[in-house]
Design a protein around this ligand. Structure first.
Ligand code: C5P
Length: 231
């Protein structure tokens, strides 16, 4: 599986997204559609970006009862996305249902991954607010093992956790890592962050980069730097 840089297209709507991607000329970067864009633009945005030749990570982080997740996953896989995800905290049963839902769609199955703990969550908040008394690393590893048990392809995690996860779940188990910043860049709401080059040395399989590219004075150059530092 080739490493790649996925641009988080956290835009308000389809027009803004297409205007942004037009700057890339004949390049067709791997893009991530998250909740804001999907809820604003609807399923059509996935079909439109696939038609233009982009690979699409549809980042909707499903978390509901297994039956609901299964049926929703069949719909999402039918849109032709290349990568879909759920929250691992929804349990192994929910993740197995997600996998069954993807298979029921037929065709080429997208990669199916699970969020361990959001990269905006600190250990302190996880322990004090979610009452998870284990350490953040222990929690992330346990959630990754549950994800593997459920037959999914990998996890979304902090790049700082890729090595631990590969040791626990094997090198074929994918780590998709947001929380990427250029050195000296603003962390914003992210907590567990690092640079593209460091993510590469820690073994991340995909990096997800939003604001450091979308808010850069020259987004194409920022993307090219990510690609040359990471891929
Ligand atoms: O702008 P920034 O680079 O922080 O964007 C990161 C993207 O990755 C956002 O779209 C965010 O929703 C997503 N993400 C994340 N942490 C996760 C899962 C997804 O930051 N655990």
């Amino acid at each position: 599986m080739g490493k790649d840089v996925i641009i988080a297209c956290d835009f308000k709507g389809k027009d803004e997204t297409l205007r942004f991607l037009e700057r890339f000329g004949s390049f067709r970067p791997y893009v991530k559609i998250g909740m804001e864009l999907f809820y604003a633009a609807g399923p059509d945005i996935v079909l439109c970006l696939k038609e233009r030749g982009h690979k699409v990570f549809l980042d909707l982080k499903l978390h509901d009862i297994p039956n609901t997740v299964k049926k929703a996953m069949t719909v999402l896989a039918g849109l032709g996305a290349d990568m879909l995800n759920v929250h691992a905290s929804g349990t192994i049963a929910m993740m197995e249902a997600a996998r069954d839902g993807v298979l029921a769609a037929g065709g080429i199955s997208p990669l199916l991954i699970a969020v361990t703990q959001l990269t905006s969550t600190s250990e302190e908040r996880m322990q004090n607010e979610l009452l998870i008394s284990a350490s953040l690393d222990e929690t992330v590893i346990k959630y990754a093992k549950n994800t593997k048990t459920a037959g999914l392809d990998g996890v979304v995690c902090s790049p700082l956790e890729s090595g631990l996860i590969h040791s626990a779940c094997g090198n074929d188990f994918l780590t998709v890592t947001p929380g990427i910043r250029f050195s000296g860049g603003a962390a914003s709401d992210q907590v567990r962050i690092t640079t593209p080059a460091d993510a590469k040395s820690r073994g991340s399989d995909f990096i997800v980069v939003g604001r450091p590219i979308t808010e850069a004075p020259d987004p194409v150059l920022a993307w090219e730097i990510c690609v040359s530092d990471f891929v």
